[in-house]
Design a protein around this ligand. Structure first.
Ligand code: ATP
Length: 294
């Protein structure tokens, strides 16, 4: 029997796994997303983000595990018009105009939004008569977004929606996404982007969920600093807090999750020469987190 929660969650992934031949792409991923949440799936290249989203959409059959969207199978939820997706790449009919493409989709869905509303949401009103082949990369991406939302899906799934967009195109895209106001699941490589646009961040690495929480919680987990001292032959990797050791010229550069403990241990071991302590930026903190789980 299905639990109440399972019926109510927009997304319920239960112990999902997938392998391409011998490559284990996704391993034992369980995830629940409540209706209305905006969730980012964050991870480095090859972490398993796209594979997870393909299984979620019913486009790839899981080796093990189950997917439920609003308590239904992905196929049933998609057929009911509850799911809109923006794939990582996707052709647009080149000669059709922006308006034509949206009008066509409008007539396909059971409860669509007016074409004018989709144009407005994606900031494409001025470009309605433009053939799709003459859109810039950022404009084409906004058209894919409009095509994903025009059916008024309850769940929007976006796979790296801003890959290859410049800064201003990214900003316009996220403004459009935030205007939608329903359950959104998107994947990204960028911690900053997840932080700015999601209520919750799920960090995936080598096919597994390694962190799941609000941006503040995930950032706290990746609150790392660099401690550097004059290099000796000591084994720095065993010191408390240390997650990575780099040798740079005549210095040992330690990435640590607890700078105080690391410095105290360096002092106790007589290794405290020429100390420098610095902050790590968010991106290197995220890299340190994914490296630590290796
Ligand atoms: N069609 C395929 N055949 C073989 N291996 C694949 C295939 N697609 C993905 N993989 C492998 O599965 C793993 C997970 O890939 P996936 O595309 O899901 O990761 P990702 O997090 O979306 O990566 P990216 O950020 O690069 O898009 C990687 O090791 C990848 O090389």
């Amino acid at each position: 029997m299905r639990s109440y929660r399972e019926v109510m969650d927009a997304v319920a992934l239960e112990k999902l796994s997938y392998a391409y031949g011998t490559v284990q792409a996704v391993e034992d991923v369980s995830l629940r997303i409540a209706a209305g949440e905006v969730v980012a799936v964050l991870g480095p290249n090859g972490a398993g983000k796209s594979t997870t989203l393909l299984m979620l959409l019913g486009l790839l059959p899981p080796r093990t595990g189950t997917v439920r969207l609003f308590g239904r199978t992905p196929a049933a939820a998609v057929a009911a018009g509850q799911v809109g997706a923006m794939p990582q790449v996707g052709g647009l009919l080149p000669h059709a105009t922006v308006g034509d493409l949206l009008r066509f989709l409008h007539d396909v869905y059971p409860k669509p939004m007016p074409v004018a509303e989709a144009l407005d949401l994606a900031d494409l009103t001025e470009l309605a008569r433009r053939p799709a082949e003459r859109l810039s990369g950022g404009q084409a991406q906004r058209l894919r977004f409009a095509m994903a939302v025009i059916g008024r899906p309850d769940l929007l799934v976006l796979d790296e929606p801003t890959a290859a967009l410049d800064v201003s195109a990214r900003r316009a895209f996220w403004a459009a996404m935030r205007g939608y106001g329903r359950t959104v699941l998107f994947s990204t490589h960028y911690l900053e982007e997840a932080d700015a646009n999601a209520d919750r961040i799920v960090v995936l690495d080598r096919g597994r969920v390694i962190a799941d929480g609000t941006a503040a919680e995930v950032k706290r987990r990746v609150d790392v600093r660099t401690v550097s001292v004059a290099l000796t032959t000591a084994d720095y990797s065993v010191l408390p807090g240390v997650v990575a050791v780099h040798r740079r010229n005549d210095r040992a550069v330690l990435t640590t999750t607890d700078a105080d403990e690391t410095v105290l241990a360096l002092a106790a071991a007589g290794l405290l020469r020429d100390l420098e302590v610095g902050g790590a930026d968010l991106e290197s903190a995220f890299l340190a987190l994914t490296a630590r789980e290796a």
